[in-house]
Design a protein around this ligand. Structure first.
Ligand code: 6PG
Length: 238
């Protein structure tokens, strides 16, 4: 049975920082901690915070970072989620290089989805043939997408693959994303959602009203794990 709870903070920065402390506390409880990161604006604040507050933490030795989604671009490209994480966090902390499992976005997307799925199966414990993350960090887009599962590709929520190629609805940019079943197999999934642009979708999802079923984010419910929403007041319409 899934457990769900919400944590609400005054500002986006406070949300990101509270989650940063939460993340490091969770990581400290395990000798190896497998965590999937996301792109987006709130993670930028999270990484800036971790890079200062936890710069010299010994916990980095046991933390493995993966990406829940990545744009199919080179790691030097401004659109790369890896680049953003490297410049804001990885360059400052003593994390072993082998703990950073980036999506090779510059490669052939279909082959990379397959290869990255295999890498996850090698490094993570598995359950029913799927990799089990300790924690997956997700955002939610203003159209209700999460990771790179967009409303026009709802089939990625039930794909049997570990990773799939997704296509951004406006730009056509290809991305590699975790599929719904992998996200729902995690021990814990945390949504970081901030800003007034999210409040309609957040309200529809929480109250199961309007078009809620057409939003990929509404279908995240880790079967054996917990779902935690870290939100700011703007995102809940306060
Ligand atoms: C990405 C994502 C994506 C993101 C949401 C929310 O790489 O773009 O992982 O799913 O988390 O679009 O982004 P914001 O935090 O910027 O609103």
């Amino acid at each position: 049975m899934m457990k769900e709870r919400k944590e609400i903070f005054a500002t986006a920065k406070e949300t990101a920082e509270a989650f940063g402390d939460y993340l490091m506390k969770e990581a400290g409880e395990k000798s190896v901690f497998h965590c999937a990161l996301s792109g987006g604006s709130t993670p930028k604040m999270l990484f800036d915070y971790l890079a200062v507050k936890y710069r010299n933490s010994p916990l980095w030795n046991g933390i493995h970072f993966y990406w829940g989604d990545e744009r199919c671009v080179s790691p030097e490209d401004a659109e790369s989620n890896f680049k953003m994480t490297k410049e804001r966090l990885l360059d400052y902390i003593p994390i072993p290089q082998e703990n950073v499992h980036r999506v090779l976005g510059e490669n052939d997307p279909e082959r990379e989805a397959e290869r990255y799925g295999q890498e996850l199966l090698e490094y993570l414990p598995t359950h029913k043939g799927l990799p089990v993350f300790d924690l997956i960090i997700l955002g939610m887009g203003e159209d209700g997408h999460t990771a790179s599962i967009f409303p026009h590709q709802m089939e990625l929520l039930s794909s049997e693959e570990v990773c799939r190629v997704a296509v951004h609805p406006d730009s056509g940019q290809k991305r590699v994303t975790l599929t719904g079943p992998v996200i729902n197999t995690a021990h814990e999934v945390v949504f970081l959602v901030t800003g007034a642009g999210k409040k309609e979708k957040v309200s529809e999802i929480f109250n199961k009203t309007g078009e809620w079923e057409s939003y990929p984010a509404a279908h995240i419910s880790p079967e054996q794990g917990s779902l935690v929403w870290f939100l700011d007041e703007a995102a809940v319409g306060k």
